[in-house]
Design a protein around this ligand. Structure first.
Ligand code: MN
Length: 149
């Protein structure tokens, strides 16, 4: 599941974590949102599902309130250890730019299908029930991300 992640990175050049065996605490899944100052600023939403961080790039600030719908582009799975990563990805490397943790906390999945994920987040900024739902926008990897009423 992490082949895409490994292929895109040269771990002799970036300080991003090299994938390890999953070391997740199954009783306490987590989420993280990383503010990523790459060519275009975006927010990387990552949810711990099946021993990896399922990942989406959100081009605008994530929906902390109801009534805000964001496009979220599905990206490659990341290792769980990536949740702690903050720092600089060097010029010339994939995703070059600064990464900062924007929010993190507990992730409680309620329903997971290929087309829809319902879940609760308990972070500092992201609190409550959220939805990711596949959309026809984007190149087959587009989802809508919003907070439930
Ligand atoms: Mn990113």
């Amino acid at each position: 599941m992490l082949e895409g992640y490994k292929k895109k990175r040269d771990f002799t050049k970036t300080r991003e974590p090299e994938p390890q065996l999953p070391s997740s605490d199954k009783d306490d899944p987590i989420f993280v949102i990383q503010e990523h100052h790459a060519r275009n600023l975006h927010y990387d939403l990552r949810l711990e599902i099946d021993g990896v961080l399922k990942s989406w790039a959100v081009p605008k600030e994530p929906p902390t309130e109801t009534g805000v719908k964001r496009l979220a582009i599905e990206t490659e799975d990341h290792p769980i250890s990536y949740a702690d990563f903050e720092g600089s990805i060097p010029e010339g490397q994939y995703g070059a730019g600064e990464v900062r943790i924007w929010d993190r906390g507990k992730f409680a999945p309620e329903k997971i299908t290929d087309k829809e994920i319902l879940f609760r987040l308990d972070g500092k900024k992201m609190k409550g029930e959220f939805v990711l739902i596949k959309t026809r926008f984007g190149k087959g990897n587009g989802w809508l991300f919003f907070k439930k009423k």
